[in-house]
Ligand binder design. Structure first.
Ligand SMILES: Nc1nc2c(ncn2[C@@H]2O[C@H](COP(=O)(O)OP(=O)(O)OP(=O)(O)O)[C@@H](O)[C@H]2O)c(=O)[nH]1
Ligand SMILES: [Mg+2]
Length: 384
């Protein structure tokens, strides 16, 4: 069978791949893909088609490999960097492409193939596919692979470790981080945790309180505004007793001052709040009133790391009204993909302060680290 590249056009990537497979067989290799506009008949405007370049078998010589996209890429940075490679280097690139083909195939089976953005030169299909698999929003994934493309020299594309490192670096650059809470003995730092229901606010308050008291040896106090449910106050009271720190309850904004007086002179006071649906305007406004009285130094929005893109964005938007200025990502241990959270970080500019990785108090919490988070997003590293 010929190893020359052939071009297939179809409405979707899946259709194009089905035709490649029918024509060229199961060993067909995808060399590049891009979108093209085709004029329709009778002046009906134009439509977008996916164009796939494929070869029947893995090209074994440099001459047979043609990973260059036929037209100029739409976005700067997505240049094909394979030009100028030696024949052996190109042959190795061919092998790499074969592996990528398997991934493309897997994505196709998962119904994700239509996310694959055209115009990507072969060596970037792998990194791009990994980001899409991690549920990174398309626009962000595209920006990240553009950064990878810019940062690597042509020969570095042949070394998967170099590509991995560049990808990890590019993802890390999308992650703003805040330094851990800094409490100073003798001055009172007030830190509030806000967020939707059930994300882990109370548990995280307990983890932080235990850490500041037991590890840093500071005096800690807790205030709860969660007065809707008796059980919720009891939950925090139990933690307060175990960690041996004072707890004060504020039933309405006017009681904030009294609650702080009750705690006495503490180095750090954590405010636990009732979970509020981002859709509940009244409760968000009420939370705002509490915050105005409490005047916290830091307001950490607590969100579950595995939540979907829309949920995360809606929460960030609503809780910005109570001046949330940092983000705690919880339940990383349960999250299937962190791509949506990465999307939020890329867009909202809320720096991440802590990550929580399980239910255990006080162990399952760590200060946010951008390289660690990037590795977690890419599945290069496990939680523990
Ligand atoms: N797997 C996992 N579970 C967690 C984590 N953090 C908290 N949880 C669990 O999530 C559940 C809810 O935690 P809470 O701390 O009560 O959540 P909350 O945000 O205070 O909830 P509301 O006050 O009802 O809004 C509990 O079962 C916690 O043990 C985490 O990092 N990983
Ligand atoms: Mg709670």
């Amino acid at each position: 069978m010929s190893t020359a590249a052939r071009i297939y056009r179809a409405r979707t990537m899946r259709e194009a791949l089905a035709r490649v497979r029918r024509d060229l067989g199961g060993d067909a290799v995808i060399l590049a893909s891009r979108s093209v506009r085709r004029r329709r008949m009778f002046g009906l405007g134009d439509r977008e088609l996916i164009e796939v370049r494929a070869s029947a078998t893995m090209p074994s010589s440099a001459a047979a490999i043609d990973v260059e996209t036929p037209t100029a890429p739409r976005e700067p940075g997505l240049r094909d960097r394979s030009a100028g490679l030696s024949a052996t280097a190109q042959a190795r690139l061919g092998e790499e492409l074969s592996r990528l083909h398997e991934r493309v195939d897997a994505l196709s089976r998962m119904g994700r193939i239509d996310h694959l953005i055209p115009d990507l030169p072969g060596p970037l299909v792998g990194p791009y596919a990994r980001l899409i698999e991690a549920e990174v929003p398309e626009a962000l994934a595209r920006r990240i692979v553009a950064a990878v493309s810019e940062s690597l020299e042509p020969h570095q594309f042949l070394d998967p470790r170099e590509v991995d490192a560049a990808l990890r670096e590019a993802v890390a650059l999308c992650i703003p981080v805040a330094p851990p809470i800094r409490a100073v003995r003798g001055t009172r730092r007030v830190v509030a945790l806000v967020g939707p229901t059930g994300v882990g606010k109370t548990t995280t308050v307990a983890k932080l309180a235990a850490d500041f008291k037991l590890v840093h040896g500071l005096s800690v106090g807790l205030v709860t505004l969660d007065t809707y449910r008796i059980a919720a106050v009891e939950q925090l009271r139990t933690y307060a007793e175990i960690i041996d720190v004072p707890l004060a309850v504020a039933n309405d904004p006017a009681e904030m001052e009294r609650a702080f007086d009750e705690l006495g002179a503490v180095d750090i006071a954590f405010i636990d709040t009732a979970g509020r649906s981002p859709r509940d305007e009244v409760k968000i406004r009420e939370l705002g009133e509490f915050m105005e009285r409490a005047r916290p130094d830091e307001v950490h929005l607590v969100l579950s790391a595995g939540a979907g893109e829309r949920t995360l964005h809606a929460a960030a938007e609503r809780f910005s009204r109570v001046r949330a200025d940092r983000l705690i990502l919880t339940k990383l241990d349960e999250a299937e993909g962190l791509g949506a959270a990465l999307g939020l970080l890329g867009r909202s500019n809320l720096p991440v302060s802590y990550l929580t990785t399980g239910q255990a108090v006080p162990d399952d919490i760590e200060p946010a680290d951008r390289m660690r988070l990037a590795s977690l997003v890419l599945g290069m590293e496990g939680i523990r």
